[in-house]
Design a protein around this ligand. Structure first.
Ligand SMILES: [Zn+2]
Length: 331
């Protein structure tokens, strides 16, 4: 066993009260059960997070947005944009999701790798939520470890099928010149089908997003690297583009922490996704990201993000594989 075994952040209380919704939030409990049954993780590997402090949320979000969430003062339009039913219980769960990601980032900086069995709410902006996301836990985690002086620079690698619009907007540099893409190296050949790749200048957080171009969100604020993938992208194509993006990212930026957003929704059987990946291909994606982090010595924390498979057990399997891949690479 490694000197620093991979830890998993989990809270029973972070279950989102959504009722009969395409987002099966019961998945988190199932993932925990499956990981324990697999024998790869034991009860001792699970750690919990304390309640989130409001001042951590304010590192990213406006006071007005936090107050609206706390007091149930959203406008009808703001509530509709969430696409989940507002409740005080939902807000409490999002507070816990944010602190879970803070703990995952802190733990990754201590031990190299940590997986949050939750989080990845990348559609939340500073002043509003959308697409099932109220609080951007990824951004809160990064800003908290920066504020504590643990790191200066972080990289987000977002592999959810939907572009990480909230994260891109929060960390976007605005003005600045895009950098040129590094040429393909001898070891990596461009896929035959073209993805629309765009780049943008960054400040202290470099954001990479691989997503389906024709899917939500239809307005995509620029990430540092956006790989806009065509419908039906296969495992092989996806992994080639991921290799390209990672190579380009580390040619331009040296992070002290990676935040991996391991969405299960690039899966071919996903109801809200239109890519063509298999469960095995998604595990290879996870292994590629973890090997990239380990080989470069970058600490990595993972959030699970979306997953809406026709068969909910497929979503659970994909997320379980993400935690198993972490264990395979980091021990
Ligand atoms: Zn998604």
């Amino acid at each position: 066993m490694s000197r620093f075994p991979v830890k998993l952040v989990y809270s029973d209380k972070a279950t989102l009260p959504l009722g009969d919704h395409v987002f099966h939030s019961g998945k988190y409990r199932r993932i925990r059960e499956c990981l324990l049954r697999s024998g790869a993780y034991t009860e001792d590997d699970f750690i919990s997070a304390p309640p989130c402090e409001e001042r951590d949320l304010l590192l990213v979000h406006t006071q007005l947005w936090i107050d609206k969430l706390k007091h149930g003062a959203l406008s009808t339009r703001e509530e509709l944009e969430l696409e989940v039913p507002y409740s005080k219980e939902l807000v409490a769960a999002f507070w816990l999701m944010a602190s879970g990601s803070v703990v995952a980032a802190q733990q990754a900086l201590l031990s190299g790798c940590c997986v949050h069995i939750g989080g990845g709410f990348h559609h939340a902006f500073t002043d509003h939520g959308e697409g099932f996301c109220l609080i951007n836990d990824i951004a809160v985690a990064i800003r908290r470890v920066q504020r504590d002086g643990h790191i200066a620079r972080a990289m987000v690698i977002d592999c959810d099928v939907h572009q990480g619009n909230g994260t891109a907007a929060i960390f976007g540099a605005g003005a600045g010149k895009p950098f040129p893409s590094a040429p393909w190296s001898a070891s990596v050949q461009p896929p035959k089908r073209v993805a629309n790749v765009t780049t943008s200048a960054c400040k202290d957080v470099f954001t990479v997003s691989l997503h389906q171009e024709s899917n939500y969100p239809y307005i995509k604020p620029p990430s540092s690297i956006d790989v806009n993938l065509p419908d039906g992208t296969t495992d092989m194509e996806y992994l080639e583009w991921l290799g390209f993006a990672l190579e380009n990212a580390c040619a331009h930026f040296e992070p002290e922490l990676i935040c991996y957003v391991a969405g299960a929704d690039p899966y071919a059987g996903d109801q809200l996704g239109g890519l063509g990946m298999t469960i095995q291909g998604l595990k290879e994606r996870d292994l590629m990201v973890y090997n990239f982090a380990r080989d470069h010595g970058f600490p990595i924390m993972t959030t699970l993000a979306g997953g809406y498979a026709e068969n909910p057990e497929d979503t659970v399997t994909i997320h379980v594989n993400t935690a198993l891949a972490a264990k395979e690479v980091f021990g």
